[in-house]
Design a protein around this ligand. Structure first.
Ligand code: URA
Length: 260
C-alpha cells in the first residue's frame, strides 16, 4: 500500500493532505522487520509502497497533533479513562465532548461501514468517570451494546447516605424503574467497608439502561454522589491510565472485553 494511502486510512486527512505531509518530510517510519532499537527514518516519497501490517510511523511538526508513535491498525481499539465534566456525544451541548480529548486522526479515520472515527461503546454521564472503550469496529460496537450482550459492568458508587443491608437486598432482588416492565436488579452488589457506615458500593450490572445506577440507588432511598466505571467484561481500567488519558488496547485485553 502507498504511504499516502496508509496515512489516509489512519485518519491523517485527505490523500492530498497526506501526500503533502510526506513530501514536506514530516513523516518517519519503522517497518515491521526493523529491529526494536532501530530509529525511525524520514520518507519523502508519498507513493512509496509498504506493507502496512506491523508498520509504525510518526508525523511530527503538525500544529495540534501530538508527537506519537502510531501503529498501523486496520481497526482502532482504544481504552480511555473518562474524566468528569465531559459528554460522550459527538456534538457537545453543555459540556465539552470526550472526543475533544483524542488526537484528530482517531476522530477522522475514514468511514468504514457506518462508522467514521472511533466511537464510544455505550455512554457514561457527564459526571461519571472511568472506563470507556472506543473503536471504529462497527461489529464490536453492535455486539457489546446489544441488549442481548450481558457482559458485566462494574461501577464504584459513592452514595450520599450510608449503605445498609436493606438497600443491598433490594438492589439484588430488583427495583422498579419507570421505563422497565420487569424489576431491574444488580448482578452483584457489595459494600466496600462496614455496612451501615460506608458510602462506597461496588455494583455490577449486566444491562445498561439510561442513568441506571443513579435511578436504582434512588429507588432504594439513597443518592449517587460519585460514579466510576472500573470494569467491562473481564477487562479492568488500567491503574496507570490517568483520567483524560487513552491508549491502544492489547489483543488479550480485546478478548477480555467480550468475556462474560
Ligand atoms: N449509570 C448511570 O446512572 N450513569 C452512568 O454514567 C452509567 C451508569
Amino acid at each position: 500500500m502507498q504511504l499516502q494511502e496508509i496515512l489516509f486510512n489512519q485518519g491523517f486527512g485527505t490523500r492530498r493532505v497526506c501526500a503533502g505531509l510526506i513530501q514536506k518530510g514530516l513523516v518517519s517510519i519503522k517497518p515491521r522487520e526493523a529491529l526494536a532499537d532501530m530509529a525511525f527514518s524520514v520518507v519523502s516519497e508519498s507513493d512509496l509502497e509498504l506493507a502496512p501490517e506491523g508498520l509504525q510511523f510518526k508525523v511530527s511538526g503538525v500544529p495540534g497533533l501530538p508527537d506519537l508513535v502510531w501503529p498501523y491498525a486496520e481497526r482502532a481499539y482504544i481504552v480511555f479513562h473518562k474524566p468528569t465534566g465531559h459528554e460522550c456525544s459527538h456534538k457537545a451541548s453543555h459540556w465539552p465532548t470526550i472526543y475533544s480529548l483524542l488526537p484528530s486522526p482517531l476522530r477522522l479515520r475514514p468511514q468504514k461501514s457506518a462508522i467514521q472515527g472511533v466511537q464510544a461503546i455505550g455512554r457514561l454521564d457527564q459526571d461519571t468517570t472511568g472506563l470507556l472503550i472506543l473503536t471504529d469496529d462497527g461489529a464490536l460496537i453492535h455486539k457489546l451494546s446489544s441488549p442481548k450482550h450481558h457482559a458485566p459492568k462494574v461501577y464504584e458508587v459513592t452514595t450520599k447516605h450510608s449503605i445498609d443491608a436493606k438497600q443491598i437486598t433490594r438492589l439484588l432482588e430488583g427495583v422498579v424503574l419507570d421505563d422497565s416492565p420487569k424489576p431491574v436488579l444488580a448482578a452483584a452488589c457489595e459494600p466496600v467497608g462496614e455496612l451501615g457506615v460506608t458510602t462506597h458500593l461496588r455494583l455490577t450490572l449486566t444491562e445498561g439502561k439510561y442513568h441506571q445506577v443513579k435511578r436504582m440507588i434512588a429507588a432504594v432511598g439513597n443518592r449517587v454522589e460519585g460514579l466510576h466505571r472500573s470494569q467491562m467484561g473481564a477487562f479492568k481500567l488500567p491503574d496507570d491510565l490517568p483520567a483524560g488519558a487513552w491508549r491502544w488496547l492489547k489483543p488479550l485485553e480485546l478478548a477480555q472485553l467480550s468475556a462474560q
